[in-house]
Write a protein that binds this ligand. Structure first.
Ligand SMILES: NC(=O)c1ccc[n+]([C@@H]2O[C@H](COP(=O)([O-])OP(=O)(O)OC[C@H]3O[C@@H](n4cnc5c(N)ncnc54)[C@H](OP(=O)(O)O)[C@@H]3O)[C@@H](O)[C@H]2O)c1
Length: 289
């Protein structure tokens, strides 16, 4: 559909990320004008430089808010409240926050948006399938072994494409203001199950090795912070990763929701379809540079 340029745009923060790069075409295909805002986008926006915020939000109808990875940090709540207040003062009609399911430490960031006075919706996605192909887990996977302290804890992995399509609906349809949706896939898997499915789907000898929380934290501290997350120090990064995996290990994430189906009117995509399609791209066949 052709973009309706008389409409006020929908701003997508983090529009080049795993969800954002799927959300932007979903919105444009629906005819909605979109403004992508991040450090390397045409519309410059930096969470660490408040002077870039108002120009990015000016004239917007709605904003999709992807914060940095450390949603649990006290400054995340401070910044998200300020952004919500700014959005309200600029007349933005919908502020949709991408939070995270199963991470209670991140919930103060949600409260910050909810109490900013902006019309809010919260999406809490489960772990993305794409962590195995577009984020940190791709490196150990392709090297042959994923070591994590998740034990037999099951996770309701969800496709970032489903998160993006649900976000597009929430940003453009009525009836979602003041609502919180936990977005999950259709099947519970341990991290070991997920690695085994990718191994079977690619024919590669990929293994999952369970670790203790102590072994994992020590490895994190020794390895330091990977390049995309250099805004955290080693201690904060190790603490964040440990708390996320501890939550999985505890079994607290082992439930499914019907939120994707309620929003999209269809079942969420299964991990098997993701493995089939991603294996065909060759991303699991060689060590990423
Ligand atoms: N991964 C998961 O399984 C999962 C599940 C649930 C929730 N979450 C949450 O989702 C968020 C991440 O979303 P994602 O995985 O879709 O994104 P992502 O792939 O990590 O991409 C990050 C985006 O943020 C932008 N960015 C990085 N630093 C920035 C800065 N200082 N200022 C402004 N923009 C910046 C990047 O663009 P530039 O480089 O151009 O700035 C990029 O577009 C996190 O808050 C995470 O906690 C993740």
């Amino acid at each position: 559909m052709t973009e309706n340029l008389t409409e006020r745009p929908i701003v997508v923060l983090g529009g080049l990320g795993k969800v954002g790069r799927r959300l932007v075409p979903a919105l444009r295909d629906g005819g909605h004008p979109v403004r992508v805002a991040s450090r390397s986008s045409e519309q410059h926006f930096d969470w660490h430089d408040t002077a870039t915020w108002a120009p990015a939000l000016e004239g917007a109808r709605a904003v999709y808010v992807v914060y940095l990875q450390n949603l649990f940090s006290p400054e995340a709540a401070v910044r998200l409240r300020s952004l919500g207040e700014l959005a309200r003062s600029l007349g933005v009609e919908r502020v949709v926050l991408q939070s995270a399911r199963g991470w209670p430490e991140a919930y103060p960031a949600e409260v910050a948006v909810r109490s900013s006075g902006a019309p809010w919706t919260i999406l809490r996605p489960a772990w993305f399938f794409q962590n195995f192909s577009e984020a940190l887990l791709v490196h150990p996977l392709v090297a042959g072994e994923v070591r994590l302290p998740t034990g037999d804890g099951r996770e309701a992995f969800v496709d970032a494409q489903d998160v993006a399509e649900a976000a597009a609906r929430v940003l453009t349809e009525d009836g979602h203001t003041g609502r919180l949706y936990e977005l999950t896939g259709p099947r519970l898997l341990t991290f070991g199950d997920a690695v085994a499915e990718i191994a079977a789907g690619t024919g590669h000898d990929f293994r999952f090795t369970p670790q203790s929380a102590e072994e994992f934290a020590a490895e994190m501290r020794a390895a330091g912070v990977p390049e995309p997350y250099m805004y955290m120090d080693t201690e904060e990064f190790a603490r964040m990763e440990s708390s996320l995996f501890a939550q999985v290990h505890s079994g607290a994430n082992g439930y499914l929701t019907d939120a994707v189906e309620r929003i999209l009117g269809r079942a969420p995509r299964d991990f098997a379809a993701y493995v089939r399609e991603t294996a065909a791209t060759g991303v699991w066949d060689k060590q990423p540079s």
